[in-house]
Design a protein around this ligand. Structure first.
Ligand SMILES: N[C@@H](CCC(=O)N[C@@H](CS)C(=O)NCC(=O)O)C(=O)O
Length: 203
């Protein structure tokens, strides 16, 4: 088994999905969190391949980009479908979900409070429900692809965590398949154990 170290801020952000994959696959890794932005700028950033994080270190070599880390780990942990067609379906789900993340990023980085509130309202009423309806169509039943949990389901769970932390007034009650996927992932014993023990951070 390779030696894994995941390098990121002491926050969930772009590192939480890989952390959930490690948890679900029950694979050991070092969850390396630097203390603050000063430490990042002085000690970490200059040594990262692109100056940004997350970075996954595998046996001493550094690899950037959260999407690449997600696909690599999911493939290593056999969570990326049983064949290339299932991988294609998983990618379809992940790419659709990226439309939600784009909406959320806009809200997250908006500094004007009035504009932020407007964006949040529109996201809850329009932007996110549109994408959730598409995802409901892609869902197979209580998983997106095949007959057991894949990286698509775990990525959806993580996306919903981010959605609910940024946008209020949204539920999955109108999306029965998405609701069962979300509940199923949350109830997986290894995921539940990680959720209970992970460091508490605001985002
Ligand atoms: N496309 C990259 C974006 C990485 C990124 O923007 N990381 C932020 C933290 S979430 C960062 O390192 N910011 C500090 C900086 O750019 O100096 C990915 O998905 O990994």
């Amino acid at each position: 088994m390779p030696q894994y170290k995941l390098i990121y801020f002491n926050s969930k952000g772009r590192a939480e999905l890989p952390r959930l994959l490690f948890a679900y696959a029950d694979v050991e890794y070092e969850d390396f969190r630097f203390a603050n932005r000063e430490e990042f700028l002085e000690k970490i950033k200059p040594n990262m391949p692109t100056g940004r994080v997350p970075v996954l270190e595998i046996d001493g070599k550094l690899y950037p980009e959260s999407g690449a880390i997600f696909r690599y780990l999911a493939t290593e942990f056999k969570l990326y479908g049983k064949d290339n067609v299932e991988a294609l379906q998983i990618d379809g789900v992940v790419e659709t979900m990226n439309d939600i993340l784009q909406v959320l990023t806009k809200i997250f980085y908006e500094n004007d409070e009035a504009k932020k509130a407007e964006l949040q309202k529109k996201a809850a009423a329009e932007d996110i429900p549109v994408v959730l309806s598409l995802l409901e169509k892609l869902a197979g039943g209580d998983v997106f692809v095949g007959d057991s949990i894949t990286a698509a389901d775990i990525a959806f769970f993580r996306t919903m965590e981010v959605v609910l932390s940024i946008v209020t007034g949204l539920t999955l009650d109108n999306y029965p398949k998405l609701k069962s996927i979300n509940d199923k992932v949350a109830k997986e014993p290894k995921i539940a154990a990680w959720l209970a023990k992970r460091p508490e951070t605001p985002n």
